[in-house]
Design a protein around this ligand. Structure first.
Ligand SMILES: [Zn+2]
Length: 288
């Protein structure tokens, strides 16, 4: 592990890593909430335009930066100290300062998970370009997981740039060789597309969405084709266990579609951090 690029003091380094994780986590909370709204407004505009319908009328500006953070219940803008990542939520004890409406726990969960992701990337890869990009991918996977859980979409504006980023990182061979990454990208997309078509022919249902193909292609771009079987195995296993548990617990019927994206995201993350040792162990065992 390479360390010591920036500060020699390990405690200070950990504090900086945690702070970066908390700030990015706070950004992700906001993105998870706003991006689906922005995309739906865009789709509505596009549909109306295609159908020649009048526009939805002037709506107040809404984008990633505007309006500033506010209470979803009473619309009161958040003060500076309420906006501090992690601490803001704890100091407010999870309630709006003005109307006492509960703030969704997801905001806090996303920030904590992102801090853990930053620490994992730092411990695993050190203060290196590999570590920084691994954390960037972790952040993207966190956003995709929560958006897919809540909205059943995997936005292209996240999957596609990160697919390209994986290919570019592997031009320098950061996670795998460039040929393995390129073959992995194409093989992953084609594999899931074929599964999708076969499933649809067999059952008449659509088991996945095109977002899943792009997310799996992203996995190929970062990990190379060699780790794709591990990713699909882990994701399917986790999905089946979760789905089974939910049916047993009576919280989901067999017919309710379940997003596959969160399981794919978790599997990609595990493969990026631990895939190579797992495969090495497995290959060693299977060859005696
Ligand atoms: Zn409020």
């Amino acid at each position: 592990m390479t360390t010591g690029l920036m500060t020699p003091d390990p405690v200070a380094t950990y504090i900086v890593v945690i702070a970066i994780g908390a700030v990015i986590g706070s950004f992700l909370s906001m993105l998870i909430y706003r991006l689906p709204i922005i995309l739906k407004r865009q789709w509505e505009r596009d549909c109306r335009e295609t159908l020649g319908l009048p526009g939805p009328g002037p709506a107040p500006a809404f984008n990633i930066a505007w309006p500033g953070s506010h209470c979803p219940a009473c619309q009161t803008p958040l003060g500076l100290r309420d906006n501090i990542p992690l601490l803001g939520y704890l100091l407010l004890k999870g309630r709006c300062r003005h109307c006492r409406a509960p703030i969704p726990r997801r905001y806090f969960v996303v920030e904590v998970v992102t801090v853990l992701g930053a620490l994992a990337a730092f411990v695993h890869f050190g203060l290196t370009l590999r570590g920084a990009l691994a954390f960037a991918l972790t952040a993207a996977l966190i956003a995709l997981t929560f958006i897919d859980m809540e909205e059943q979409i995997l936005p292209d504006v996240i999957t596609l740039p990160f697919l390209w980023l994986g290919l570019i990182a592997n031009v320098a061979g950061l996670y795998t060789s460039l040929p393995a990454a390129v073959v992995g990208t194409v093989a992953a997309y084609v594999f899931l597309w074929l599964m999708f078509q076969a499933f649809r022919l067999a059952t008449g249902k659509e088991g996945m969405g095109y977002g899943d193909f792009k997310l799996f292609a992203l996995a190929g771009a970062w990990l190379g084709w060699q780790l794709l079987p591990l990713v699909i195995l882990l994701a399917s296993l986790a999905g089946a266990l979760y789905g089974g548990a939910m049916i047993v617990a009576g919280r989901r019927s067999r017919a309710t579609p379940m997003p596959f994206g969160p399981f794919l995201c978790a599997a990609i993350w595990l493969a990026l951090f631990y895939g190579t040792p797992v495969m090495a162990f497995y290959l060693q065992r299977s060859h005696g």
